[in-house]
Design a protein around this ligand. Structure first.
Ligand code: ZN
Length: 206
């Protein structure tokens, strides 16, 4: 929803009900330059959303805020591997709240950073842009990274999410590589018919 019209968030949310999840980008002005929203807005979204909230924390020291976002109604919380010292403990604290836990890799963070934590994750999130702003172009080298994560997790039921610059033209490359959760911002909100855009993404994803 980073690309949505925040003045009309309630009506924006109603028009994307065909999506599976509502992806919420939380930015703090420290880990990334941009500032977006915090727990009160997530709580407001939760009141009217008809889909689970997937809260992506692009913030320094995310441990301090896991409880606040869980209380606000997050169904999924992901933290950047680059921001935490004790990732195993952070992931456990998210799961202790009954929330699905994910670890996020920046484009420059290697797949090997996931190796010892993969078994504890509900999902891994691959950034296909550098985090901080919506509307950036997809970094094609991340497709190979998705493929390598898929090979690493094997048959385990860990979802692979991809976030950044996804549209109907490139979504097939990431789903073929192994991604099964796809975040779209501008690809949905830049046109007039959000439901049609979501449908086009689904069709293109195969
Ligand atoms: Zn995101």
């Amino acid at each position: 929803i980073l690309a949505a019209d925040f003045v009309n968030l309630a009506s924006e949310l109603r028009t994307i009900e065909s999506a599976d999840l509502i992806h919420v980008d939380v930015m703090d002005g420290h880990f990334v330059a941009n500032l977006t929203i915090g727990p009160p807005v997530v709580q407001a979204i939760k009141k009217i959303a008809t889909r689970p909230l997937d809260v992506h924390l692009m913030i320094a020291d995310p441990d301090r805020y896991v409880d606040a976002f869980a209380d606000a109604g997050a169904a999924m919380i992901s933290v950047h591997i680059e921001t935490v010292t004790h990732l195993h403990r952070t992931i456990a604290s998210i799961k202790d709240r009954g929330v699905q836990a994910g670890a996020v890799l920046n484009p420059s963070t290697p797949v090997s950073a996931l190796r010892e934590i993969a078994r504890d994750l509900d999902f891994a999130l691959v950034m296909s842009v550098n985090p901080g702003f919506g509307g950036q172009s997809f970094i094609a080298s991340q497709v190979e990274k998705i493929r390598r994560i898929k090979a690493m997790i094997g048959d385990r039921s860990i979802e692979i999410e991809v976030d950044g610059g996804i549209n109907a033209d490139n979504v097939k490359t990431v789903t073929e590589a192994g991604a099964n959760v796809v975040v779209a911002g501008n690809a949905v909100f830049s046109g007039d018919d959000y439901a049609a855009a979501i449908g086009a993404l689904r069709d293109a994803a195969g």
